[in-house]
Design a protein around this ligand. Structure first.
Ligand code: SF4
Length: 696
């Protein structure tokens, strides 16, 4: 297969990196060469992933023709043949088994326009409630906790550059030195003042830079937050007037937290009581202070409660809604923020509206030109949806856009087994990812630099990503794919536009009046370089860089303390599985690695899964640095190269989750779900470590 990324313009295009939510500014030349660009989030910096991002535009692994499985093999087919086949199979399944027999799975890397049109396609063209997306695995616990506390969820309710003036920052379960390196410069102000605290079971590159590293046992950071909050109150550091004037519910929280004195919490977490008190004092005495959480706090069966515990701490110190201070969640995927606002989620409609809200249904249905009663209700959450595939009463067909669930979902062997039961699996993909390799039909689609679209970064700022190069011949945009399928399913062509700006104009109308109101944002304003943070309710509105300065989004304007208790991991260690495994990311790879594993500079550096382990723990298992180890949980096992790391806790092992096949860390992970967010417990499961041949 040959491929060239031909220039569509003769001048360089100011754009943004295709990967994480920092959305670093970069310039792409007509020859598809990248140079970093001054933009507030990256200030001229790029990480290795950003520098090498154009490599995938020219990759020989790019798909350039639809593939249809025939006699067990994926074989090239024409677009018409592929789309006709999909549409006729979907119609048969819907006629025989009902609309919910077809499911749709989206991704947090899709542009706002794609997220929006995908949600509309599912609800209108397919009429299915069975739709969710991989953002459920990444940000949904912080979103739910933010909704409870503040009445609204925007990852960072302030520009990232505000962090530079902080005296103290507590970073919980985040490793930006590897996941988004240019972000680290925003921590330097606090670092220089001795005020950077990192909470992480591992001594990550971020923790290395911290002034204080707290290493709680995996699954105990909720207890740690309660211990620090106890110290705040016991040491007379509570911001009494803020709590009285701007919040409600503190007394119920204190009734629980009173029992979590730091010495007690030390026994649960392993974090010294003196360090808990030190953090309390550091935050309380700082002029400007922030508490920031990320996946380490969220990816638990108690993820919402854990994030709520850290928000409670921030509220007790009077940080949220105060200029120069606050609480925020570091969003991970490129459009993790926008992707959760415009209707890919099982329970949402565009504008961050609830699909169960009659007024929201009326509004969105009127924009879509359909009766409100025709819209389905909420569907299954991401893992529950994948787990139901091919089972009695579950979906029999799945359309996947922008996600590689075989690698990224928890208990991934079970997910692969469920996919194998489907009557029809369709993917829209750049390359033959591990999920596409199982599909019945694969549709080759464009990527970031080959199409227009908007992204919403981790600050809630909307960015225009403009087309810079032509896609390879034979490739179509996701919007084209949705329009082609919708028309074959009997929808009027004008209901599914293929031009990104036209879709965005409709998205604006659909979001108008909703919590994430984009109605005042236009491509023209974005082209003019305006820095627009939602909500932007009209075209003269300057946007909302800082939220909650006057009031929180609950009807009474107050933030709410949420009473939460520590319960620990869903799967504690026992005699058969004595260690705790935690999973995460490395600098060189992004998410399931489907893209970055194809970039030689990245993959050559980290080509395979490894397991980080304390040297004594390795020795007890008869292993040494460089050996192959077998890591086994109750769900399955993976073979990984041993890396002995002296700073690891002796009861913990760590594996990155970017690798395919038998190297999948998610063969181990526990799909226990948070009761509110339905996010799985990626961050902790019980495992045993043995020699690769299985000998103990
Ligand atoms: S991966 Fe993230 S941090 Fe790295 S260049 Fe891209 S946007 Fe920036």
């Amino acid at each position: 297969m040959t491929l060239t990324a031909e220039p569509t313009t003769t001048t360089a295009v100011a754009t943004h990196c295709p990967y994480c939510a920092l959305q670093c500014g970069m310039t792409l030349s007509p020859e598809a060469d990248v140079t970093p660009r001054q933009f507030p989030t990256n200030a001229g910096g790029l990480c290795q992933k950003g520098w090498t991002s154009p490599a995938l535009l020219r990759s020989p692994a790019r798909l350039t023709t639809p593939l249809v499985r025939t006699d067990g093999e994926l074989r090239p087919a024409s677009w018409d043949a592929a789309l006709d086949l999909i549409a006729s199979r979907l119609q048969e399944l819907r006629a025989e088994h009902g609309a919910d027999s077809v499911a749709v799975f989206g991704g947090g890397g899709l542009t706002n326009e794609k997220s929006y049109l995908l949600g509309k396609f599912a609800r209108v063209a397919l009429g299915t409630s069975q739709m969710d997306y991989n953002g459920r695995f990444c940000m949904s616990s912080a979103a739910a906790a933010g909704m409870k506390a503040f009445g609204l969820d925007r990852g960072l309710p302030f520009p990232v550059t505000d962090l530079a003036d902080a005296d103290a920052i507590v970073l919980v379960g985040a490793n930006p030195a590897e996941t988004m390196p240019p972000f680290v410069q925003h921590l330097r102000g606090a670092n220089a003042k001795g005020g950077l605290v990192v909470v992480d079971p591992r001594r990550t590159p971020t923790a290395e830079q911290a002034d204080l590293h707290l290493a709680p046992a995996p699954g105990t950071d909720l207890a740690l937050a309660l211990g620090i909050l106890h110290a705040v109150v016991a040491d007379g550091l509570l911001d009494q007037s803020y709590v009285e004037d701007r919040t409600s519910g503190f007394d119920a929280v204190w009734r629980i937290v009173a029992g979590y004195w730091p010495e007690q919490v030390e026994r649960v977490t392993g974090v010294a009581a003196a360090d808990q008190r030190r953090v309390a004092a550091l935050l309380a005495r700082a002029r400007n202070a922030y508490v920031l959480t990320a996946r380490g706090a969220e990816q638990h069966a108690t993820g919402v409660a854990t994030v709520s515990a850290w928000i409670n701490l921030a509220l007790a110190l009077g940080l949220p809604g105060r200029p120069g201070s606050g609480y925020g969640c570091l969003t991970g995927q490129g459009n993790g923020q926008g992707g959760r606002e415009h209707g890919q989620k099982a329970d949402q409609l565009p504008g961050y509206r609830k699909i169960t809200d009659p007024a929201a249904r009326e509004h969105v249905a009127s924009v879509w030109g359909v009766p409100a009663e025709s819209l389905p209700g909420p569907g299954r959450s991401a893992f529950e949806l994948l787990d139901a595939l091919g089972t009695e009463g579950g979906p029999r067909a799945l359309l996947v856009f922008g996600s590689n669930v075989v690698v990224s979902a928890p208990d991934s062997a079970r997910v692969a087994e469920r996919l194998s039961r489907l009557d029809l699996l369709v993917t829209a993909d750049l390359v033959l990812s591990e999920t596409s390799a199982l599909a019945d039909v694969v549709l080759p689609v464009t990527q970031w630099a080959e199409e227009d679209g908007t992204m919403t970064n981790l600050e809630g700022r909307i960015l225009l990503r403009r087309k810079a190069v032509d896609p390879p011949e034979g490739v179509r945009t996701d919007l084209d794919v949705l329009a082609g399928l919708a028309e074959r399913l009997g929808q009027p062509a004008e209901r599914f536009p293929t031009d990104a700006e036209t879709v965005f104009t409709e998205l604006r109308a659909a979001s108008a009046g909703g919590p994430a109101d984009y109605s005042g944002i236009s491509y023209e304003r974005l082209r003019d370089g305006e820095a627009l943070y939602w909500p932007v309710p009209d075209e003269r509105h300057p946007g909302t860089p800082r939220m909650f300065l006057d009031a929180f989004a609950h009807p009474d304007g107050r933030a709410r303390f949420e009473p939460v208790e520590h319960t620990g991991p869903a799967e504690p260690p026992d005699a058969g599985f004595r260690l705790l495994a935690t999973t995460g990311r490395v600098l060189q790879h992004y998410q399931s690695g489907a893209q970055t594993r194809l970039v030689a500079e990245l993959n050559d550096t980290v080509p395979e899964v490894y397991v980080e382990v304390h040297p004594d723990t390795a020795e007890r298992a008869g292993l040494a640095h460089g050996d192959l180890a077998r890591v086994t949980s109750r769900r399955g096992g993976t073979t990984a190269r041993v890396r002995c790391v002296g700073s690891m806790r002796q009861d913990v092992v760590f594996l990155p989750f970017h690798f395919p096949g038998a190297q999948r860390a998610n063969l181990l992970t526990n799909p226990a779900l948070d009761p509110t967010s339905r996010m799985p417990e990626f961050k902790v499961c019980a495992v045993r470590l043995t020699k690769e041949d299985g000998a103990e």
